[in-house]
Structures are given as C-alpha cells and as structure tokens.
Design a protein around this ligand. Structure first.
Ligand code: PMP
Length: 374
C-alpha cells in the first residue's frame, strides 16, 4: 500500500485532507512575506544574548525554570511601560504566540466546543483551533466599499450571538488586513458572550498613534486575554517567544495543558537579554512604520488600493490577477504574500532599500497587472 494512504488511514478523521501552514521560505534578495522585522539584532544585544546563553550552558544538565519566573517578571515590566500595570502573575509565555494560542485552545476549546474568528484574519487561528479538536466558525468582516475588511461592534455581536462560541479570537491590528479594532468592538464582543475573548495583538507596537491596547480592558474582565509576541517589533522571530496577559486564575488554567519545561533555558536567557535592551530592540519600529506609510502612499499614487495599516505590513488590492503579480514580483527577487484574497497581496514593510526594491518592481508591473475592482 502507498505509505501516504497508510498514514492517511491512521490519521484523525478531522485532520484528513487538511493543508499545513506553509508560507514559502525561499532564498530571495527581498523577503517581505512573513512580517518579520528586517533589521538584524543589534551587536550589543547579540553580545548580551551570547553571554547569557554561555553562562547558562553548564547548567543545561538541569531542566529550565518551569515557571520562567524571571522572564515573566521582565515581560510584565515591559507591558507595564504601555501605561497599564501588569503583574508577573498575569503573564504566560510560550514558544511563539502560536504556542500561547495553542495553550488557550487546549484549555478552553476542544471537542464539542466552538471558536469563532472574523475572516480574513490570522491563518493560524483556525489551524490551531482544529488541531485541538475545536470546531472553527469563520465569522465575517465587511468585504467591500470604503470600510472593506472592517469589523464593527454590531456585526461582531450579532455573529457571536448566532454562533455562541466558547472562544472568540479577535486580531488587532488584524493580519492580513492591517487595521486595528476599536476597543468598543472588544468590549461589545466580551459582553455578548460568556466565553473566552482573545485579542491577538502581535503587531501592537506598530499601531498608529491613539490606538489603545486591549490591555487597558483587562481589569475586572477575567474572560479577556491579550496575546503578544517578540517576533515582530522586537525583531526576535527566531527566538520563538510569545506571551499573554490575563487574570492570574486564567494563567493557572494554562498550567494544566502546557508540557513541563516548555521554555528552554536558552530561550528564556535570549528573551531576557532582549528585554533588558528593549529600547534598542524597538529602535527600528519607527523606521518600519515610516516605510509602511510610504508603501500606502506610493500604492495609492499607483492607483492600487492599500488598506489602512496599524501593523508592519500593508494589504493592497486593485490587481487583476494577484497570483500572477505575486509570481512576477518573485521573478524580480521580491517575495510578498498571497493570502488567498482575490485581487489582493500583502507586503511586509522592511528597510527603506527593501521598500524601494518592492515599489520599483511593482511600479513596473502596474501598467499590465492593475485591474479588476476589488
Ligand atoms: N498572531 C498573528 C496575528 C501573527 O501574524 C503571527 C505571526 N505571523 C502570530 C500570532 C504568531 O507569531 P509567533 O508565533 O512568532 O509569536
């Protein structure tokens, strides 16, 4: 028998025929497809990380601190800089915020339970939900007109009332569309359900001025969770460190599902070294935001339709055949993301040089590639 068929026959029925997460990892001159920070870790921080890992290395015969106490304290201090005090007991972390989301769905989703998100949103949300046996419901954002991809409180509440989810996943700023949600939407969704409300704020640090974080809503709301990551603004995607803030009782519940010692000693050491240099690590955020705004302006001038962005990427429409444009950009050494929305592509804001390479390549294509109304 074909080994593939053998495996398929053994596989959990709900996983058969599914496709794995697969953003292409290609060696191209200009990689703008996974919303990483294009800037390398500064030399001073590299040194601090190297020292921290070297100091910890002899102790690797022992398991890591299972409670990652020092790291939780550092993460709480970092979050508190935003103006809302966060205590270490409110913090949880994992190997990327994907693992944090997995813990949430393991603890609060599962067979017989329902999770709702508002599509298009982060493509891993439904994958993580179904991995845990949670039934996934694709809620909808507005899809046409001026407010394309917006989600307002009335629509979100109606969808939550209809599907009665155990877990609601909100994403703000939203990937792949880029726009942040109003806190009125978060509050209204919270009040419309008795379930868990997760606000995925992976891109929070890039938000335009005046965009408040859902951290400001945590007090008195034990069913609310805000997830963050060091992969984006912190330029630490390879370090794999994501985290959340929530009520201490909720954090306690996550201890039931995590694997013991899930954060390795080197992971904790590297993340702490980065947090000790937070200002330096975040120095590129301003440049990246400038490039994002430059992309929005330039694409508008090209006659394309960029979506307003609070993140380090821009979704843009107005392409006749988005996959053909994706391919043509790749042939010019620029890798962007085809997120599966007809007529749209998503590009990460990188260095000024990368942005120029992307804009030049796209400008050359626009005369033949711009087209269909979105
Ligand atoms: N949430 C959102 C909205 C994302 O876009 C991503 C990464 N692309 C993640 C979470 C997960 O990132 P990580 O696991 O690296 O923290």
């Amino acid at each position: 028998m074909d080994p593939r068929a053998t495996i398929e026959a053994m596989l959990r029925p709900d996983l058969r025929g599914r496709t794995a997460y697969g953003a292409p990892q290609l060696a191209v001159p200009v990689a703008l497809n996974t919303n990483e920070n294009s800037y390398p870790v500064p030399a001073v921080v590299v040194e601090a990380m190297t020292r921290a890992v070297a100091e910890a290395a002899a102790g690797l015969n022992r398991y890591p601190d299972r409670e990652f106490t020092a790291l939780r304290t550092d993460l709480a201090a970092y979050l508190s800089r935003g103006g809302t005090p966060v205590d270490a007991a409110q913090v949880w972390a994992g190997n990327g915020s994907n693992e944090v989301l997995l813990h949430l769905l393991q603890a609060f989703g599962g067979p017989g339970r329902v999770a709702v998100g508002f599509t298009p949103a982060y493509s891993m949300h439904p994958i993580i939900a179904t991995t845990t046996g949670t039934t996934w419901v694709d809620g909808m954002r507005g899809v046409a007109g001026d407010g394309a991809f917006d989600l307002d409180a009335t629509s979100a509440v109606a969808q939550v009332r209809e599907h009665r989810p155990d877990v609601v996943l909100l994403c703000s700023p939203n990937n792949p569309t880029g726009t942040a949600l109003g806190l009125d939407v978060v509050e209204a969704v919270h009040d419309a359900t008795t379930g868990l409300v997760v606000v995925d704020e992976a891109y929070a640090e890039f938000a335009r001025p005046g965009t408040p974080s859902a951290l400001t809503l945590l007090a008195g709301r034990p069913r609310l969770v805000v997830t963050r990551t060091m992969s984006k603004a912190f330029a630490l995607a390879g370090g794999r460190l994501g985290y959340l803030a929530a009520a201490p009782a909720l954090v306690d519940a996550l201890r039931l599902v995590r694997m013991p010692y899930h954060l390795s000693t080197p992971t904790q050491a590297v993340a702490r070294a980065a947090l000790a240099h937070a200002d330096l690590m975040l120095e590129t955020v301003g440049v990246v935001k400038e490039q994002r705004d430059r992309i929005v302006d330039a694409l508008t001038r090209m006659g394309l339709e960029p979506v307003p962005s609070d993140a380090n990427f821009v979704l843009f429409g107005g392409l006749a055949d988005s996959h053909a444009t994706w391919q043509a950009l790749l042939e010019r050494g620029v890798l962007v993301r085809d997120v599966g929305i007809p007529h749209y592509l998503r590009v990460t804001a990188g260095t000024p040089e990368e942005t120029t390479a992307f804009l030049d390549a796209l400008a050359a294509l626009v005369p033949t590639h711009a087209g269909a109304a979105s």
